[in-house]
Write a new protein. Structure first.
Ligand code: ADP
Ligand code: MG
Length: 570
């Protein structure tokens, strides 16, 4: 068969260069990435075989095997999973489809220190290419389940790779690394040593639900010499394969949870919060959810993949199970394992299933209550949460009426009370003045624009706190005037301003009436002159310095929203 040579796509080439020059100090993670890919490939085959009876594939002993050869300085990670076709190899291994990559590479070049660079790479799983941190040549031999011919891919990571069709290849994929000499020479990075392999697999991949085996040759002796007894040995299984979500909390270490998180999310930094839920009764399920410590680049892009994996009785069913989590919690990652669903369940069925809808509600509430607990017990962690995910969470104020108050309760807002620190509504309510019935806010483009607004004058003069809402989404959800703790949110730009105690209000109203009489000629004349532009001209109690301002009626759209509509040409 002829050998074809291909060039890596530009981004792929840049990423490879970074790998070759080992920008990441913890090289051990390459093995986690390869085992993770192998595990995914086994999941996929299991599922495809389940759905397609005619698939000509062997699913009798699905597993991952690691083989080492000290003489040849090679390490092989083999799986008998789904494999890849010729075209899939070109597509999946030769290019980078992830849209966040270009931005990542740009940021990476601009990172000023190695620490900053490692932080960045920590946010971005590098997958298969991380092999080039430890190898000077990588060979991948693969055959897609059901196909007869295989494909061999080889590269040194320097610009090009070759592809060749081979007549016979075992089902699945074998990735062979020719290790760089420095890595086999120093003990710390001795990737042909069985104990090193054992240690890495245990540390990073213990929870993988397929057996990770080490071939006996490798297990025999660290230097590849013949073992003392010649009896053939069973391969050694390196991982415990226990599904973490099915184990009790005190049996699992934080590190184990974090490794599962990394496997699911492809995010190399530890999660901000781990959430466990065990539902018993007629519809039994377990959930292990994670709130990441930073928002992904593409959180607001179309086609963003949600991170909830669905398992049925320990069997992986699908990634990105959108039926289990509302869109405004799309940043939550994790596993949900249900006992009583069919293995053949489809997305369409899930969308309509009543049990799934109940699960969805329960999971959303659980996430919100976790954030609430975090808010009181760990304010700093909550501050991180809010900085990263506040904007997306607020979308829930528009879509999830059932949880609206709970979402408001875990939200933070910029406030006139403090220049730098945002406030929660609970804190706002505690500071409310005697007789103040509403939670006041004003929307606008920026904090400064809002503070300069004449609408703020009376509030400032009276020392009444106002929330300063500057996110575009704020314009929309405030329209519904939601309430928190029985107090409605009210725009300072709308309707009459009634500040002060009952008595003060009455007094002010009488006084205003008297003065309205006094100025009725002027006001009438102004209303006439401005007819068609404004509905009414009246004396104001909200101004202390400015001569006039425009206000909306209670139920009109806010000026900022008006501007937004205008900008959209409506
Ligand atoms: P990711 O796992 O995040 O998708 P990787 O760089 O690790 O990124 O892998 C890229 C793609 O190559 C995978 O999504 C998968 O489609 C394919 N792939 C990698 N390893 C294997 C394997 N062992 N078996 C089948 N496909 C694989
Ligand atoms: Mg991967």
């Amino acid at each position: 068969m002829p050998t074809e040579t291909f060039e890596f796509q530009v981004e792929a080439r840049q990423l490879l260069q970074m790998m070759i020059h080992s920008i990441y100090s913890n090289k051990d993670v390459f093995l986690r990435e390869l085992v993770s890919n192998a595990s995914d490939a086994l999941d996929k085959l299991r599922l495809e075989a389940l759905r397609d009876d005619s698939l000509d594939a062997d699913v009798s002993d699905l597993h991952i095997a690691i083989e080492t050869d000290r003489q040849a300085r090679t390490l092989t990670v083999r799986d008998n999973g789904i494999g890849m076709s010729h075209d899939e190899v070109v597509q999946l291994i030769g290019t980078i489809a992830n849209s966040g990559t270009a931005k990542f590479l740009r940021d990476f070049k601009e990172a000023e220190s190695t620490a900053a660079a490692e932080g960045l790479i920590g946010q971005f799983g590098v997958g298969f290419y991380s092999s080039f941190m430890v190898a000077d040549e990588v060979t991948l031999l693969t055959r897609r389940a059901g196909e007869s011919q295989g494909t061999r891919w080889t590269s040194t990571g320097e610009g090009t790779y070759t592809i060749e069709t081979v007549d016979s290849a075992p089902q699945g994929t074998a990735v062979t690394l020719r290790l760089k000499p420095e890595d086999t020479d120093d003990q710390l990075h001795d990737y042909v040593s069985p104990w090193k392999i054992r240690e890495i697999v245990k540390r990073y991949s213990d929870f993988i639900t397929w057996p990770v085996r080490m071939a006996p040759e490798a297990a025999d002796g660290a230097d590849g010499a013949e073992g003392a007894d010649d009896a053939p040995r069973e391969p050694e299984t390196l991982n415990s394969m226990k599904a973490l979500w099915a184990r009790s909390r005190d049996e699992v270490t934080d590190d184990e949870y974090h490794e599962l998180y990394k496997h699911i999310s492809h995010d190399w930094s530890a999660p901000l919060e781990t959430i466990r839920l065990q539902a018993e009764g007629t519809f039994e399920y377990q959930a292990l959810l994670f709130i990441p410590s930073h928002a992904p680049q593409d959180l607001f892009m179309q086609g963003y993949q949600r991170g909830i994996q669905l398992y049925v009785k320990r069997v992986f069913i699908m990634d990105d199970c959108e039926a289990l989590m509302p869109p405004y919690l799309r940043f939550v990652k994790g596993v949900v394992d249900a006992q009583d669903l069919s293995l053949n369940v489809s997305r369409e069925i899930l969308q309509q299933d009543r049990q799934i809808q109940l699960m969805h509600r329960r999971l959303a509430k659980k996430v919100l209550s976790t954030v609430k607990d975090m808010m009181s017990a760990e304010p700093e962690r909550y501050a991180t949460f809010w900085r990263e995910f506040g904007r997306v969470l607020k979308e829930g104020l528009l879509s999830d009426f059932e949880n609206r108050e709970a979402i408001l309760g875990v939200s933070s807002f910029a406030t006139t009370h403090d220049k730098d620190e945002p406030t929660t509504l609970r804190q706002y309510v505690e500071r409310m003045k005697d007789g103040q019935e509403h939670i006041f806010y004003l929307t606008g483009e920026s904090r400064q624009a809002i503070e300069n607004s004449p609408h703020m004058e009376a509030f400032r003069a009276k020392g009444v706190e106002v929330l300063l809402l500057t996110d575009p989404v704020d314009e929309v959800w405030v329209q519904a005037e939601p309430a928190f703790d029985g107090k409605q949110l009210r725009s300072v730009a709308k309707g009459e301003v009634d500040l002060g105690t009952e008595e003060e209000k009455k007094e002010a109203a009488t006084e205003r009436e008297g003065r309205q009489q006094e100025y009725s000629d002027l006001l009438g004349w102004m209303t006439d002159r401005l007819s068609g532009t404004v509905k009414e001209v009246r004396l104001s109690s909200r101004l202390t310095v400015s001569p006039a301002c425009i206000v909306s009626d209670m139920h009109d759209v806010t000026p900022a929203l008006e501007n937004m509509y205008r900008a959209m040409g409506q």
